[in-house]
Design a protein around this ligand. Sequence first.
Ligand SMILES: *Cc1c(COP(=O)(O)O)cnc(C)c1O
Length: 413
Amino acid sequence: MSEPNTMPMIFDVEKIREDFPILKREVNGKPLVYLDNAATSQKPQAVIDCIVDYYSNYNANIHRGVHTLSQEATDAYELARRKIQNHFNIKFAEEIIFTSGTTHGINIVSNGFASILKAGDEVLVSAMEHHSNIVPWQMLCKKTGATLKVIPMNEDGVLILSEYEKLLSTRTKLVFVNHVSNALGTINPIQQIIEKAHTAGAAVLIDGAQACSHIKADLQELDADFYVTSAHKMCGPTGIGILYGKKSWLEQLPPYQGGGEMIKEVTFEKTTYADLPHKFEAGTPNVAGGISFGAAIDYLNEIGFDAIKAYEDELLAYATEKLLEIDGLKIYGTAKDKTSVISFNLDGIHPYDVGTIVDKLGIAVRTGHHCAQPIMDFYNIPGTVRASFSFYNTKEEVDRLVSAVSKAQMMLS
Ligand SMILES: *Cc1c(COP(=O)(O)O)cnc(C)c1O
């Protein structure tokens, strides 16, 4: 997961901020401080330009046209697939299925396993999953009679691996864990989780939606069976993402949707399916999305994931220290291995009220359960205020957050 060949570079946050036009705007008369990066990231000019260029110059339907525009669009779309392949160190390009996002990718897999799982089989999900990595598996269990079991976590928001090992057995067929928790920021030890699952004969799906903007995952090294993510969390557009699946699995799973693009031959008696990846890519895809996902990956790699991680770690440490100086502020998610997400509450104050006041001061944070209600139930809270930092945030912005939260506390207590 490291990048041995990147040149050391000076991290110039002010220069990076110039790449993001939205960071110049004001909200409620104050300069925007955008701290909702765990929900979606902002887009650099390079990605915006890529979308405009596609629609301005070579918009066409792909894969079936002989005309020039169609060929240019197809080449650009397939080039993006190869950029994604390189980025995640994926063995075969056809192991990458373009999806509309993480949720779609998980549903392709859960739908496919409906024909594989049987009553008595077990699937394991972690206690800190996003609803999109819980609900499809519950639906699958209902259909097949398999049982869903939960890998517990401790007060720090760290999975208890000894309990995980006890849950694994020959009945375990699938394990689903996020690489990073969107509500707590915890980086899960997925390499270990995958190894242990494989020893028990189970396949693993990793939800990488929250990890992908912070960590460059090496999918051959990790040996995950499935890995899903969304472009919009990593500086790309909404409505596009990938499902990575090992070839052997993708060949085994039935298609999710029927339609154009995913067939070899159709008669009214019978249809044969297209080869990978097209078997899972029915209909006209999000061409602009795919191409600009590639541009987002180029953009992030130009900055470099080592530089991003080092800078975000520094922001996280600074923000954690400053926020904890506020009396009565409690942070949820105190794992040693964390990305730059801070979930917190002020004693006796509803998170929604804090979020509303800081928005008046131009600061965007998330409040609520963050699509992870079981985590909120674990801590017995209605929700949290979540500030999630990106490499384009600054220490000055952290200071503005801290002073806004202090102000909210004064107004609300
Ligand atoms: C955002 C997120 C999702 C859902 O992604 P979509 O783009 O909404 O499909 C799933 N899991 C985690 C951990 C996330 O952060």
